[in-house]
Design a protein. Sequence first.
Length: 151
Amino acid sequence: MCNKILPYFVSGTVIRGFGRGSKALGIPTANLPEPVVNALSKDLDNGIYYGWASLRGEVHKMVASIGWNPYYKNEKKSMEVHILHKFQNDFYGEELKVIIAGYIRPERDFSSLEELIKEIKNDIAITEQQLEEPVANKLKNDDFLTTKINN
Ligand code: ADP
Ligand code: MG
């Protein structure tokens, strides 16, 4: 199980995804660049994770999905981060830092949009809850997220 390599630290510039309409569903996902995704540990299983995201000097809760990208006939991996914060504008091209704190569930196929949205809402509820647990909560203060200079 992938939990043994958590917490896991990732950073990259937010790129454009493929307009799968996640924003229209109210759950925009910030996509990370291909080299960053390709460099992810093979021990990080595909699926849905919770953790912390740092953007524009602020730290927020996030839920992330790691999986195969249907746009590329599932030959390319993608990592997408939904930040649990309302932003006034997009942040393409900006630096996003993420700490993956815990695993929620494997990826799944959904028979309906309602089912998918219900599951995502549940993922968000789990994220809110799990990040209040002391071990996961204190990661929000990690230097990795809070320092401006990032190499
Ligand atoms: P794309 O297919 O380009 O990834 P999305 O519909 O998934 O498009 O929207 C993602 C974009 O929305 C992000 O790259 C970011 O610029 C913007 N965005 C605004 N609010 C959020 C948020 N709370 N979480 C993630 N991305 C957000
Ligand atoms: Mg996206």
